[in-house]
Design a protein around this ligand. Structure first.
Ligand code: PLP
Length: 413
């Protein structure tokens, strides 16, 4: 390497794998606001990818974590701690939408690990020779080798082949596609109530219920990945509560600790009992420190009636987004929304928004994802809509006029 090339390589050195050097570095957050290392303020309409549902550094969560950190942080799962069983019972009550569902919970540190647990429980329940998990194209279930294979995006698979066996994909939102796909090797069907990462696509009405019926007829489990949709974001405690279906296994993570890493895999009693002591475990999962954050998060969520708030604020945000010239459609549920652009310029729009102080995410080439804290105010929604409108306008190629788009949107709604 020439001295100048070596110097250039040194200058571009960034120690975090595999992430590129970021455009912005945040140092502080409060509610829906963030501040960067230059002292600039941002409105956060991504919330750490649907994680900080109560906003940044919520005082109740911060206090719970600080107190617990000074009392007991970790003992492993060889021993009991006071918080994990209490948290498991609270989750079981939320799964039952206010009454105990009677299942059991395994705690993990992430969404992918919660799904890994779901696969292992499903395989033990189904028994020898039945191990295939069928998921949908366009889904996202994590980045470990097994959850990557469950993720229905073949383009992401190729460079990591061979992937763990036992995963199959069918068309999203087509219950008939499962009829042929389920065979004697199938243990479970795995779906998200709203496909988050592929552009915020809600399950159409009746889809989950039709899949539930099919799973019952064919004797396979229904696993719902609520890692992104769970805990109030869609306007109900869980995404499946909109559809009146009863899943066998539910995974969650993102919002559970409001930023502390914690995930959970809930399974109904008979399914949970198929996994015997020693067959699965984790060092950190369910430790007091992370559990204290989750208990505080759920307590505030209940007090604030977070699902109803997400539903109400979601209506207001969706209405605002739909009025932006250059936005042709708004999809999603509650405060998990995508603004679909007339042109495939979402990366440019998100970058422009960031420059003007709004954090959003380009979830598809033509779609901007909005997942603000669920305690977001109407004034913050107004401000975000206006910043996003400016970003869309300033990246517009000039071929889309505001009037045309508005007409198109009204024709669709
Ligand atoms: C984010 C996400 C995951 C993965 O969670 P990690 O904590 O990143 O492992 C899995 N499933 C869904 C639906 C997600 O949105």
């Amino acid at each position: 390497m020439s001295p100048s090339a070596a110097a250039a390589a040194e200058r571009s050195y960034w120690p975090l794998m595999p992430y590129p050097q970021p455009a912005v570095t945040f140092v502080r957050g409060s509610g829906s606001e963030l501040w960067d290392d230059q002292g600039r303020r941002y409105l956060d309409f991504l919330a750490g990818v649907a994680v900080c549902s109560l906003g940044h550094s919520h005082p109740r969560v911060a206090e719970a974590v600080c107190t617990q950190a000074g009392r007991l942080q970790h003992v492993s799962n060889l021993f009991g701690n006071e918080l994990a069983p209490q948290l498991a019972e609270e989750i079981d009550t939320l799964i039952g939408d206010g009454t105990r569902a009677g299942g059991k919970v395994f705690f993990s540190n992430s969404g992918a690990e919660a799904n890994e647990c779901a696969f292992k429980v499903a395989r033990r329940w189904a028994g020898h020779g039945r191990y295939v998990v069928i998921s949908a194209y366009g889904s996202f279930h994590g980045r470990t080798l097994a959850t990557l294979h469950a993720t229905g995006q073949p383009a992401k698979h190729e460079i990591f082949q061979p992937l763990p066996e036992g995963f199959r994909h069918v068309a999203w939102a087509e219950p008939e596609a499962l009829i042929d796909a389920i065979d004697p090797s199938t243990a479970a069907v795995l779906l998200e109530p709203v496909q988050g990462e592929s552009g915020v696509n809600p399950a159409p009405p009746g889809y989950l219920a039709a899949v539930r019926k099919l799973c019952d007829e064919r004797g396979v489990l229904l696993i719902l990945d609520e890692v992104q949709t769970g805990l109030g974001r869609t306007g109900r405690w869980f995404g499946f509560h909109h559809d009146e279906v009863k899943p066998d296994i539910v995974t969650m993570a993102k919002a559970l600790g409001n930023g502390m890493p914690i995930g959970a895999c809930w399974a109904r009693r008979e399914v949970a009992d198929a996994l015997l002591p020693g067959e699965h475990a984790t060092t950190f999962g369910g430790q007091p420190l992370a559990a204290s954050a989750a208990l505080a998060t759920l307590a505030v969520m209940r007090e604030e009636n977070i699902p109803a708030r997400a539903a109400r604020m979601g209506e207001i945000l969706a209405g605002g987004l739909a009025r932006i010239p250059g936005v042709v459609k708004v999809r999603g549920r509650g405060l998990l929304l995508a603004a679909v652009l007339a042109e495939p310029r979402s990366a440019e729009v998100a970058a422009r928004a960031l420059e003007t102080g709004l954090v959003v995410n380009a979830v598809a080439p033509d779609a901007i994802r909005l997942a603000p804290p669920l305690l977001v105010s109407e004034a913050e929604i107004d401000e975000a809509v206006s910043l996003l409108a400016d970003a869309v306008l300033s990246t517009n190629s000039g071929t889309v006029s505001g009037t045309d788009v508005r007409t198109d949107r009204e024709a669709k709604s």
